[in-house]
Write a protein that binds this ligand. Structure first.
Ligand SMILES: Cc1cc2nc3c(=O)[nH]c(=O)nc-3n(C[C@H](O)[C@H](O)[C@H](O)COP(=O)(O)O)c2cc1C
Ligand code: SF4
Ligand code: FES
Length: 685
């Protein structure tokens, strides 16, 4: 037999990873094991995948299916440093295209390429959860798998400084984010948290920014107000009982902070009665562009989250909690693991906690670069070791969730709110916010404002207060606001006349959008709405999981049309066509991602239709293209002149051909000499 590729040490590590999941659920360890393989071997080769399959008792194709789903697991080697430039909308608004261009020119490579010396692979990337500090680059060090964020890279010198550090392998002494502004010597020292401000006496972000805020000593020193005092009081005394705590959270009116805004206590009440074991899953996937609040809590106050998880697990009677954290949040992952170890050492986790027979284990599980895994049913598929495909509901997770057991899934910030409700009581909690949406919330402010950052404020605070008083107003003096996205990239845009809307679920919904994950993205008058539309749809095309046809195919069509419009070959009919496709994705797809994929574009075209029409009519709007979007296919042969168009890979319904779709009775006109051809990527030169 050939010498095995995976060493004995690595096999032992994989066995230990399997041991973190319940008996018979070793498949859950597939992503952690692939990360371990990648760390040791630089990538997860087919041979290594096959050996992992044998360890897990799976078919090689089952491991292959997982590898091919997740962006962060590489079957082929990358350079020593993988540089990923975020080009999603909030970063785009603050110059990430220029950052990407500089890297392309300096390194002599384009998206997806590796330099000849094998040192750097360059990619552009969707939101990295650092939207307030654009432009930013994440660097992954192949030798260790570590990921570090380099932020606010506003000048060529800043970017060159990063490359210089990495060439000397000096950028990884710390994983704390690096900003040139806070390290004038450019030594690579860490830069600490973002701008974090808001209420005079914040709850959720109170310790962020204090020295060593992540350590248990600092957390305990804050006791009386925080520490583990609340968890200890409740669990040691058994008062309130779990049922009473559920009622208290219901009475508080807390609604989930992950995006859907479902009442937390009500969700807990859906748990299948007397069915055990139960699981608590904390959603730390945070991949909605414009959202970066959970990351800050995990990096700078992980003990707040751990104490909150203990109280939540007690309320829902779970013995085990999983934190599903997005793979790019390497630093937050490290901080959580360290904090869990500290809490365990003090007896705050494990068996017989606080002198009672209550016990809890927390396992941190890293995702691997798939936005859809933030959707709760896809998250469960991923946590069980499968591709992150959403599942049909019912059954809802509270009845049959993780491993088909009753499971509560809550967002990081939602869980942290539970701690404060338990500490101050639901009446005091309700004194903040609005009647229908009580409490405080961390608003993530990004885009064209003077002070992007995290602002903890009572719900219902007017959007204009957040933007002008806290965020300092538009980034450039003399430039007004053109549009605002009030709840993360997937939500409908607001126009400037809607800035007085209160930042609570009900007010935002009444104004035609959704508060979502509270990611507020501000665009000034320089923002080009066609480009914003294209970048928005590109994100959803990239992140569609591919399970259902309307979303998988429709997002590709929309992006193709948008790329053509952006490049100056649009037709007025395209607006109708885009609306038609969007209508056939929203509500006709398998999961809520279908709505998310089109709301931004539809509202953009509805509100800024004049600009779209002007762009289409302009003789040479292609001059405005700042950076070509990612090519999904190798560049096609020229399709103008005598060459016939490239044929689609498989037969598909072509929405602008003169063949009726049969899906609806809408029939679009045939379109003359510029047919949309599915696999023909517009030439961008
Ligand atoms: C496409 C999609 C992506 C989502 N991403 C996240 C996410 O990154 N984090 C999160 O907490 N919730 C996310 N959600 C919402 C979750 O499905 C779920 O509602 C939430 O985790 C429940 O927690 P909460 O009630 O505390 O908000 C997403 C939903 C959809 C449809
Ligand atoms: S709507 Fe999109 S993300 Fe959701 S299941 Fe269908 S393809 Fe996947
Ligand atoms: S980090 Fe770039 S958009 Fe979020």
């Amino acid at each position: 037999m050939d010498q095995p590729l995976l060493s004995d040490e690595l096999r032992a590590e994989i066995q230990a990873l399997i041991g973190r999941y319940p008996e018979g659920r070793g498949r859950s360890a597939i992503l952690p094991a692939l990360y371990a393989i990648q760390r040791e071997h630089g990538h997860a080769s087919v041979e290594a995948q096959n050996e992992l399959a044998a360890i897990l008792g799976l078919e090689p194709s089952e491991v292959g299916a997982v590898v091919s789903f997740y962006h962060m697991i590489h079957q082929e080697p990358k350079g020593d440093y993988l540089l990923q430039v975020c080009t999603n909308v909030p970063c785009m608004l603050r110059g990430s295209s220029a950052c990407m261009h500089h890297l392309e020119e300096t390194l002599g490579v384009g998206h997806g390429d590796t330099t000849d010396d094998g040192v750097f692979t360059l990619e552009h990337m969707e939101c990295l959860g650092s939207c307030a500090t654009a432009p930013m680059v994440a660097a992954t060090r192949k030798a260790s798998g570590e990921i570090r964020y380099f932020e606010e890279l506003e000048t060529p010198e800043d970017i060159d400084a990063v490359l210089g550090m990495l060439r000397k392998d000096e950028g990884f002494d710390t994983l704390e984010r690096w900003t040139p502004g806070r390290d004038s010597e450019r030594t690579g020292r860490g830069a600490g948290p973002y701008t974090v401000a808001g209420m005079e006496n914040p709850y959720l972000t109170r310790r962020v920014g204090r020295p060593d805020s992540h350590t248990i000593e600092e957390y305990e020193a804050d006791a009386g107000e925080a520490g583990y005092a609340t968890a200890r009081r409740i669990i040691a005394s058994g008062s309130p009982t779990p049922d009473e705590l559920v009622e208290q959270v219901k009475a508080s009116g807390l609604k989930g902070r992950g995006g859907a805004g479902f009442p937390t206590g009500v969700k807990w009440g859906f748990l299948a009665p007397n069915a055990f074991p139960r699981y608590l899953v904390v959603n730390a996937d945070e991949s909605e562009p414009g959202t970066f609040k959970d990351r800050c809590i995990m990096e700078y106050d992980p003990h707040q989250l751990i104490e909150s998880i203990i109280i939540t697990a007690y309320a829902v009677q779970a013995e085990r909690a999983y934190i599903y954290i997005r793979g790019e949040y390497y630093f937050a992952w490290q901080r959580l693991e360290a904090a869990i170890a500290e809490a365990r050492a003090k007896g705050y986790l494990g068996k017989d906690m606080f002198g009672t027979d209550f016990g809890l284990d927390i396992v941190v599980h890293r995702g691997a670069g798939a936005y859809i895994c933030g959707e709760e049913s896809a998250l469960l598929s991923s946590l069980e070791g499968y591709r992150g495909f959403p599942r049909s509901r019912p059954p809802f997770p509270a009845v049959a969730g993780l491993y088909a057991k009753p499971t509560i899934i809550n967002n990081v910030e939602s869980v942290c709110n539970v701690l404060h409700i338990a500490r101050i009581g639901s009446d005091a909690y309700r004194t903040m916010g609005t009647e229908a949406s009580p409490g405080m919330r961390i608003f993530c402010l990004s885009g064209n404002v003077k002070r992007p950052g995290l602002y903890e404020l009572p719900q219902g605070t007017p959007l204009s207060t957040l933007i002008h008083e806290h965020g300092g107003g538009p980034e450039k003096d003399g430039k007004g606001i053109r549009a605002v996205i009030p709840g993360g990239l997937s939500m409908q845009l607001f126009s400037p006349d809607q800035l007085d809307t209160g930042l609570d679920q009900e007010s935002i919904a009444a104004a035609g959008s959704n508060l979502g994950s509270a990611g507020i993205i501000v665009m000034d008058e320089d923002a080009r709405m066609v480009e914003v539309g294209l970048r928005t749809v590109s994100f959803f095309r990239e992140e569609s999981c591919g399970k259902c046809t309307p979303c998988r195919e429709g997002t590709v069509w929309m992006e193709d049309i948008l790329m053509r419009i952006q490049a100056g070959r649009g037709r007025e009919l395209d607006l109708k066509l885009l609306d038609f496709i969007a209508d056939n994705i929203a509500g006709k797809s398998f999961c809520p991602f279908g709505f998310a994929a089109v709301w931004g574009l539809q509202s953009n075209m509805a509100k800024f239709g004049d600009e779209w029409r002007e762009h289409i009519a302009a003789p040479n709007p292609g001059n405005q293209t700042p950076h070509p979007p990612v090519r999904r296919h190798p560049p096609p042969p020229p399709t103008r002149g005598t060459e016939p168009p490239t044929l689609p890979v498989r037969p598909i319904y072509r929405p602008d051909a003169d063949i009726g779709s049969g899906i609806s009775d809408i029939r679009l006109e045939p379109v003359g000499d510029a047919p949309l051809v599915r696999d023909t990527v517009v030439d961008l030169d």
